[in-house]
Ligand binder design. Structure first.
Ligand code: FE2
Ligand code: FE2
Length: 335
C-alpha cells in the first residue's frame, strides 16, 4: 500500500494480479473482448432504421404481434439487467483486463436495451411490469451481492438463454426486421458469454470447496427459475411457431459448453461433480417439456424424466457458439 493513502479504493495492484501463464492467457482474452467490442460496435440508430427501410417496416400477422411482443418485452428487461450487472462488474472487478471486458459489455448492453425498446415501439409496446416468473430470474442475479454469482448467473446462465431465443427466433423467419436485427445481438452476446468463461475460473480459484458448492446451489435455483420462466413463455413461443423443447435443448448445450470451459480451466471435472439437485431439475424439466414422441404417454414421459436424471451430458466446448458469428455492418464496415 502506498503510505499515507490508507485503504484507498484505487487499486494500484490492478496490473499485476496474474498468478500463472494459464491465467495470463485467460485475462488476455478478457482484454481482447474490450478491443473486439470496439471493433465490432454497430450503431443502433443507423441499423434499425436501415432494416425498417429495407423490409418496408415491420411485417407481422396481427395475431402474432402480442405473443412476439411479450417474449421480447422479457428480453428488453433482461437487457437492462445485463447492462446493470456488467456495469457492476466493471466497477468491482479489479484486474485491468477483466474490468475492460466488463466495461465493453456494459457499452453493448446499453445499445441492446435502447434498440430493443425502439423495435418494440414499432409494435406499439407500452411499458408494463414483467410477470412474476421472468422477473424473479432477473431479480435473483441482480440482487446477488457476490461477483461470482453475478458472473455465473448472467454470463453463463442467462446470456445462453437469450442467445438461444435469438437464434431460434431468427431461424423461424417470423418477422424480417427482427430476424436480421438478432444477428447483431447474437454477435455481441457470444462475446459476453466469453467473458464469463474466461474470468469465472479466476474467481473459482479464490473460493473454498464450500463456497463453490454454495455457488452451484445458487445455479440450481437459477435453473429452476429459468424453467418457470420458460413455462410462462410456453404459450407465446408456440404461437409464434417455436417449440419450447428446442429452446431447452439448445440452452442446455450452450450453458454446459460455457460451464465446462470455465471448470476445465481450474481442473474441475464436471462429471465427477455430479450435482443431484441439478439432475433432479433436469428430470423435472424433461417431464414439464416432454419430447413430442412421449407427450401423450404418462408412463413413457416419466421414464424419459428418470433417464434424464441419470444422464451424463457429453463434454462440450466453446465451438457451440460458432453459430452466432454472423457478418454484421459495424461502424467500421461489414465484418
Ligand atoms: Fe444483450
Ligand atoms: Fe449480453
Amino acid at each position: 500500500m502506498i503510505p499515507g493513502l490508507g485503504s484507498s479504493p484505487i487499486r494500484y495492484d490492478m496490473f499485476n494480479l496474474v498468478r500463472d501463464a494459464e491465467e495470463a492467457r485467460r485475462l488476455d482474452k478478457c482484454e481482447r473482448i474490450y478491443h473486439r467490442g470496439q471493433q465490432m460496435a454497430w450503431d443502433g440508430k443507423e441499423i434499425l432504421p436501415m432494416l425498417l427501410a429495407k423490409h418496408g417496416g415491420v411485417k407481422l400477422a396481427p395475431e402474432l404481434r402480442k405473443p412476439l411482443m411479450q417474449v421480447f418485452a422479457i428480453i428488453l428487461w433482461g437487457e437492462l439487467a445485463a447492462w446493470r450487472i456488467s456495469s457492476q462488474l466493471a466497477d468491482r472487478l479489479v484486474p485491468l483486463e477483466a474490468k475492460m471486458g466488463a466495461t465493453s459489455q456494459a457499452f453493448d448492453e446499453a445499445r441492446h436495451f435502447y434498440v430493443m425498446y425502439d423495435y418494440l415501439r414499432e409494435l406499439d409496446y407500452q411499458v408494463e411490469p414483467l410477470d412474476r416468473a421472468p422477473q424473479a430470474l432477473l431479480d435473483l442475479v441482480l440482487k446477488a451481492d457476490k461477483l461470482p454469482y453475478k458472473l455465473l448467473g448472467m454470463q453463463l446462465m442467462v446470456e445462453p438463454i437469450a442467445l438461444t431465443i435469438f437464434q431460434t427466433v431468427r431461424e423461424s423467419g417470423i418477422e424480417p426486421v427482427l430476424c436480421e436485427l438478432l444477428r447483431y445481438y447474437e454477435r455481441d452476446e457470444a462475446r459476453h458469454v466469453g467473458l464469463g468463461m474466461q474470468y469465472l475460473p479466476s474467481m473459482l480459484k479464490e473460493m473454498s470447496k464450500r463456497e463453490i458448492a454454495a455457488l452451484f446451489a445458487f445455479q440450481v435455483r437459477l435453473m429452476a427459475l429459468a424453467m418457470a420462466e420458460l413455462k410462462f413463455m410456453e404459450k407465446d413461443l408456440k404461437t409464434i411457431g417455436i417449440d419450447p423443447r428446442t429452446i431447452i435443448d439448445r440452452t442446455r448445450s450452450k450453458q454446459l459448453a460455457a460451464l465446462h470451459e470455465a471448470l476445465a480451466a481450474v481442473g474441475i471435472d464436471p462429471h465427477e461433480q455430479r450435482n443431484y439437485a441439478a439432475a433432479a431439475l433436469n428430470a423435472a424439466t424433461e417431464y414439464a417439456f416432454p419430447d413430442e414422441s412421449v407427450r401423450h404417454e404418462p408412463r413413457a414421459r416419466l421414464e424419459a424424466a428418470w433417464r434424464r436424471f441419470w444422464h451424463q451430458d457429453a463434454r462440450r466446448d466453446a465451438s457451440e457458439f460458432a453459430v452466432h458469428e454472423h457478418a454484421i455492418k459495424t461502424v467500421h464496415g461489414v465484418q
